[in-house]
Design a protein around this ligand. Structure first.
Ligand code: NAP
Length: 328
């Protein structure tokens, strides 16, 4: 089968498509899935270039990708067809999901073995053309739930500032913060993305045209916001600390973020940790189905263009998601 592999850490060029990769054997609680689409995330290029903490646990050659959509082929020893059926995962069912954090095997392969609990069925009415969005949903969706609910604990009446409102995670942070009861949400992004931020329900601040700190200062009359959800971090984390109201929280997304400058000032700072559960995946299904989470897919590329896809990812300005189509 075809699978993307890399045998050394490095630039996008280390990724190659193997045509003779061995088909995986599922463990008793795993499901074999025929993958149709693979969602990509910045974590993929951080693992590939060796800069992620996870890279040290990886055995090379390795696969790439953390999430996907596809069709159930069969279950492992503990998952016969009737057990799979009772979980809504009968053979032939279209599913989406992601590798749990400790499972470093890739998803960019024609067939993968993946934990049954890390999958949820795609609603039957979803058209095949819509599958890229489902393939790109799990990782950013579960991250956004963790950021809003577990880390920031956004509650009714909170004012929220999101840095990077139209990235993969940002496009879900906006509607989820509003669902949690935020009274006002501002989101930074380039001016080119302002309209999209407005459509998602937030007030845009074009960081390439205006001084976002001044905008927040004036809009909150110097009080600052209750919550900052920072998907960018590099140039935004430190200045954000000057615009957080008493009792406020800051949630940087990158796992290597240094929280010390916040905690030294008595500001609660938490990096979200993804929890992969069927319950949370099903919440994403409802959100997407009912139109609350209109996650955008900006690029659908064939497997062979994985290096190009990583170049785009590394640019740091992805709008929504980049997805691989294995049948293209
Ligand atoms: N903790 C976790 O478990 C976890 C899970 C998922 C992701 N992450 C991390 O979270 C980060 C974001 O992930 P993602 O998938 O959303 O990335 P992404 O899709 O690449 O989005 C990046 C966003 O950053 C924005 N941005 C770039 N420069 C900016 C600046 N100077 N000020 C404000 N915004 C800026 C971009 O907006 P413009 O295009 O408008 O500039 C874009 O919206 C990554 O570092 C990723 O590794 C962590």
């Amino acid at each position: 089968m075809r699978a993307i592999v890399f045998d050394r850490f490095g630039g996008p060029e280390v990724l190659t498509v193997a045509s003779d990769a061995p088909e995986p054997e599922p463990t008793p609680e795993e499901v074999l899935v025929q993958v149709t689409h693979v969602g990509l995330n910045p974590l993929d290029h951080k693992i590939r270039d060796g800069s992620s903490r996870l890279a040290s646990q990886l055995e090379l050659p390795a696969g790439t990708g953390r999430e996907m959509a596809g069709t159930v082929i069969s279950g492992g020893a503990d998952l016969d067809d009737s057990e799979l059926g009772s979980r809504g995962l009968a053979p032939g069912t279209r599913v989406f999901g992601m590798r749990p954090p400790g499972d470093l095997r890739g998803t960019a392969a024609e067939v993968i073995a993946i934990a049954a609990d890390a999958l949820s069925p795609v609603p039957t009415e979803v058209m095949h053309e819509e599958l890229p969005r489902w393939a790109g949903l799990a990782l950013v969706g579960l991250t956004a739930i963790s950021a809003v609910d577990d880390a920031a604990r956004v509650c009714a009446g909170d004012t929220v500032l999101i840095h990077g409102g139209t990235g993969g995670v940002g496009q879900l942070l906006i509607p989820m913060a509003l669902q949690a009861g935020a009274s006002q949400v501002w989101a930074t992004g380039r001016a080119a993305n302002a309209q999209r931020i407005r459509e998602l329900g937030a007030t845009p601040i074009a960081y390439d045209e205006e001084d976002w700190e001044k905008v927040i200062e004036e809009a909150t009359e110097g009080r600052g916001v209750d919550v900052v959800l920072d998907t960018h971090y590099h140039s935004t984390f430190l200045p954000s600390l000057d615009h957080i109201a008493p009792g406020g929280r800051v949630v940087p997304l990158p796992t290597l973020a240094d929280l010390t400058p916040a905690t030294e000032r008595g500001i609660t700072a938490v990096i979200p940790e993804i929890t992969v559960t069927r319950e949370r995946l099903d919440r994403l299904v409802i959100g997407l189905r009912e139109g609350h989470y209109p996650l955008e897919v900006s690029h659908v590329l064939p497997l062979e263009q994985i290096s190009r896809a990583h170049e785009l990812l590394e640019g740091g300005h992805t709008r929504g998601k980049i997805v691989l189509d294995l049948d293209a």
